[in-house]
Design a protein around this ligand. Structure first.
Ligand code: ASP
Ligand code: MG
Length: 423
């Protein structure tokens, strides 16, 4: 199979009927290409389903009210898009019946397991609706169930990919789909275990899904259609003079996403870099514009890039027995961080302490800290704090991003400076 393009449409690009019509007009621009379309849940559906899940776990009477509301939203979009929405509405209602049935089972002890079984409905709903609409609009397509394509282990909410089985399943499924002409359409964010249980790949994981499909299909490119003109050097909501980066090498993009540039899911780049597949970031509102490309290239303009991460926790650990913060202590600490999947965004050690800046992963972080205490570490923490990272920093850039904020920790390397500050 050659020359496949993978397109990823995120929540904002399918948020309502006009957005979905626009998706259709983008696909029309590529009549001769083999396209695999990976789609997220509509708009804020994933957040909404997280609310449903929380209500379900609380045994709250809100559950049916919320589900009704979500059904109304989806049915209403179908009715706006289709003159004769009956078939699509039926398909949506079938999914809602399954969701309601799922919600009658008592919550399990494993919140993450329940999360995946319930929150995954967002992508099933959006793709069912869009597939029906595209067929009507004259873009024949085959709907594929990503739970039967992307094989993961049972790490719920962060499924780890079994690449061999995924490659086989995706190739078979996509080949069959494309052989019928038209496009192949599937869900981002979701996968399935060997036991046919649904998993998810982590919030915003549809980008990663697109990269998985591209990798195993040896695709010619991936395009992420976004509500921004491309990859910017800063979040325009925080910096009013953000500018677009035209060409970005994989390594540079990886550094930016690692530190929290939220434009692309951090796991997206490795599968693409490994096969040298370019990643385009383009505006769905102006598809004629260039956008950005991440590929094997030199950075088009070396200017400071700013990444600001909120809701961080700064943890400082001290061995209670006054031992050095050497490899023995570090290996105990790191294996506990790995066990609880606590990601290090920045760290620094002295003779008797180690400080780590991490995302606030809630319960997992609390359990991790408790186990560190049991292992004879004194644990102190500050929260919430903010992590500011500047790539290709200059004194002016530091002044602009940090200014008079109260500094808790600072680290500098040749290309990057990071600050943990009080928000
Ligand atoms: N719908 C999921 C989320 O909002 C996955 C994604 O959009 O990439 O997190
Ligand atoms: Mg989303």
């Amino acid at each position: 199979m050659m020359n496949i393009k993978v397109f990823k449409f995120g929540g904002a690009s399918v948020k309502d009927a006009p957005a979905i019509e626009n998706l259709q007009s983008i696909l029309r621009r590529y009549p001769d290409d083999k396209i695999v379309v990976v789609i997220s849940a509509m708009g804020k559906t994933t957040n909404f389903l997280e609310k449903v899940l929380a209500a379900y776990h609380d045994n709250s009477a809100d559950v049916p009210v919320l589900v009704d509301e979500l059904q109304r939203q989806h049915v209403s979009v179908a009715e706006q898009l289709l003159p004769d929405p009956g078939g699509v509405v039926d398909a949506l209602c079938k999914l809602f019946t399954q969701l309601r049935e799922r919600l009658t089972i008592s919550p399990s002890q494993n919140y993450d397991f329940d999360y995946d079984q319930i929150v995954s409905f967002g992508e099933l709903l959006s793709t069912t609706l869009i597939s029906g609409y595209l067929n009507h609009a004259g873009i024949p397509n085959m709907w594929l169930d990503a739970r039967r394509l992307v094989r993961t282990d049972s790490t719920y909410r962060e499924g780890r990919i079994d690449w061999e089985i995924t490659a086989r399943q995706v190739r078979e499924g996509v080949e069959a789909g494309l052989s019928q002409g038209g496009v192949v359409l599937t869900q981002g964010f979701i996968g399935g275990t060997a036991e046919n249980l649904t998993t998810t790949l982590g919030r915003e994981g549809s980008d990663f899904s697109a990269a998985i499909f591209a990798h195993v299909l040896d695709a010619e490119s991936v395009t992420i259609w976004k509500d921004v003109p491309g990859l910017l050097n800063a979040d325009p909501k925080r910096f009013d003079d953000a500018v677009k980066l035209e060409r970005i090498p994989y390594e540079e993009a990886l550094e930016l996403t690692f530190y929290g540039a939220s434009i692309i899911h951090p796991k997206t780049l490795k599968p693409l870099q490994n096969k040298q597949i370019p990643l385009y970031v383009k505006s769905f509102a102006s598809p004629d514009d260039e956008g950005s490309v991440i590929t094997n290239c030199r950075l088009s303009t070396v200017i400071p890039s700013y990444i600001v991460k909120d809701n961080q926790v700064l943890i400082t650990l001290f061995p209670k027995d006054f031992s050095f913060m050497g490899v023995d202590n570090l290996s105990i600490i790191f294996s506990l961080l790995a066990k609880y999947r606590v990601k290090i965004n920045m760290m620094q050690n002295s003779a008797l302490s180690l400080s780590i800046c991490t995302d606030n992963v809630g319960d997992r972080l609390k359990k991790c800290m408790a186990e560190l205490r049991k292992n004879n570490y004194k644990v102190k923490y500050n929260a919430p704090v903010q992590l500011i990272t500047i790539r290709h920093y200059t004194p002016e850039a530091v002044e602009k991003a940090v200014g008079i904020k109260k500094l808790l920790m600072r680290q500098t390397s040749r290309a990057t400076v990071q600050f943990v500050v009080e928000p």
